[in-house]
Design a protein around this ligand. Structure first.
Ligand code: GDP
Ligand code: MN
Length: 399
């Protein structure tokens, strides 16, 4: 789960990380009012969306007068900002952060990521901050510092000091930098964050180290330990397909293809996506119906999959252990009837009550293709989808 910049800064502050003063605004009038509360000469108006690279698309504006603030706020609020991180549909600006402006002497990059190979948090830092980490690795690969944290002892002062020296900071700045780096690590660790990116971490002209931007993502599986963080969720920033499914307890991830998938078990779902790709198709989603799925739950899964207008064919793949194939089949039949499904549908059932399940499908008289194996199912659904000749098929094939 992602949160907004102002929320991340608020949390980081509790761990001793320096952040500029600021306030949230939902209207141009409120933006001006917030700026007056800060009483600096200049403020920065910042669009709050779950994406970086806002600066490049007008989502970060330094303003000196009330008119400029109101104008920037009017332009940003209600606008969909499209960055390279949002996808083409963009993200809606519903709130602004009004922050005192900082005089920047140097922009640094400081990131913390969970490295799955190392099985540890890795600190990534660079003296070439401001640009995206992808651009730093492309343009200034030599500037990237990597430091692995031992979870048994956490980020030690000597390790943070080493990073600060490698960043080329003046000796006078090192103690401050150590405080920022160790504080940021503690925030990541204690809040079960999956990723923390401070870009830029700046050195100000008056010699202070300040986190000017902050991006914080949480491991959804650990949120039950942090109810106050769960509260920060902003559904307007999420993929609506995922929100619909998640609110109904379905494990769903939206993808870019045209073949909708309804599967039980995360492992089988991954295998199903692979098989669809190997058969020349592209999956539209990952959906795990879970164990013991009732016909209603199967119907709900069809609705979740059909929420995506890109879906042009559906593959149901169930290897029933705790599940019952007859319940799944009943759900499939109900879905086809109640949702007036006309697109190709391939069902592969295996395991508990498979004969009863197949019987339900056969006796329904509906146009449902059934197969014995996953390989056949994947091939058939891709072939049936291609045979529909839908415009998206031909448009993408031509690219
Ligand atoms: P992002 O584009 O979404 O990553 O938003 P950031 O908060 O990182 O802002 C983008 C860029 O705007 C920063 O890298 C800075 O160069 C600039 N910027 C942001 N806040 C300030 C500020 O207070 N003072 C100055 N001088 N520049 C700022
Ligand atoms: Mn940034």
């Amino acid at each position: 789960m992602d949160i907004h910049e102002y929320q991340a800064k608020d949390l980081l502050k509790k761990f001793g990380v320096n952040v500029p003063r600021g306030g949230i605004a939902y209207s141009p009038e409120q933006a001006v009012y917030r700026a007056q509360e800060l009483s600096g000469e200049r403020v920065v108006v910042k669009a709050q969306i779950h994406s970086g690279a806002r600066g490049k698309v007008g989502g970060v504006k330094i303003c000196s007068t009330d008119d400029e603030i109101a104008e920037a706020a009017t332009w940003m609020l209600g606008r969909k900002l499209v960055t390279h991180q949002t996808g083409p549909q963009g993200k809606l600006v519903g709130r602004l952060y009004i922050e005192e402006a900082t005089d920047i002497a140097q922009e640094l990059y400081l990131g913390f990521v969970m490295d799955r190979t190392e099985e540890r948090v890795v600190v990534v830092a660079s003296a070439q901050g401001g640009m995206e980490i992808e651009d730093i690795s492309a343009n200034e690969p030599g500037s990237i510092i990597r430091s692995v944290v031992d979870p048994a002892v956490g980020m030690q002062a000597f390790q943070a000091r080493e990073i600060a020296f490698q960043l080329g900071l003046e000796p006078g700045l090192i103690p401050q930098a150590v405080k920022q780096i160790t504080g940021a690590y503690r925030a990541m660790d204690e809040m079960d964050a999956a990723m923390l990116e401070i870009n830029p971490l700046v050195v100000t002209k008056s010699g202070e180290i300040v986190a000017l931007d902050a991006k914080l993502s949480f491991d959804a599986n650990a949120l039950f330990r942090h109810p106050e963080i769960s509260e920060l969720r902003d559904k307007s920033q999420e993929d609506p397909r995922e929100t619909y499914a998640e609110d109904r307890g379905l494990n769903y991830i939206g993808l870019e293809g045209h073949i909708g998938c309804i599967v039980n078990g995360a492992g089988l779902a991954m295998a199903t996506l692979d098989m669809i790709k190997m058969s020349g198709g592209e999956p539209a989603n990952f959906l795990d119906v879970g164990g013991g799925a009732s016909p209603e739950r199967v119907l709900m899964s069809f609705k979740a999959v059909l929420n995506d207008p890109k879906v042009e064919a559906i593959l149901v793949n169930i290897f029933a252990g705790i599940n019952r194939c007859d319940w799944i089949a009943e759900g499939v039949v109900r879905a086809v009837k109640e949702l007036n499904l006309t697109m190709p549908l391939v069902v592969r059932l295996s395991g508990t009550n498979v004969d009863e399940g197949r019987k339900v499908l056969a006796e329904s008289g509906l146009d449902i293709t059934t197969t014995e194996t996953l390989a056949e199912a994947a091939e058939q659904v891709v072939a049936a989808w291609k045979a529909t000749g839908n415009p998206s098929t031909t448009a993408e094939a031509a690219q």
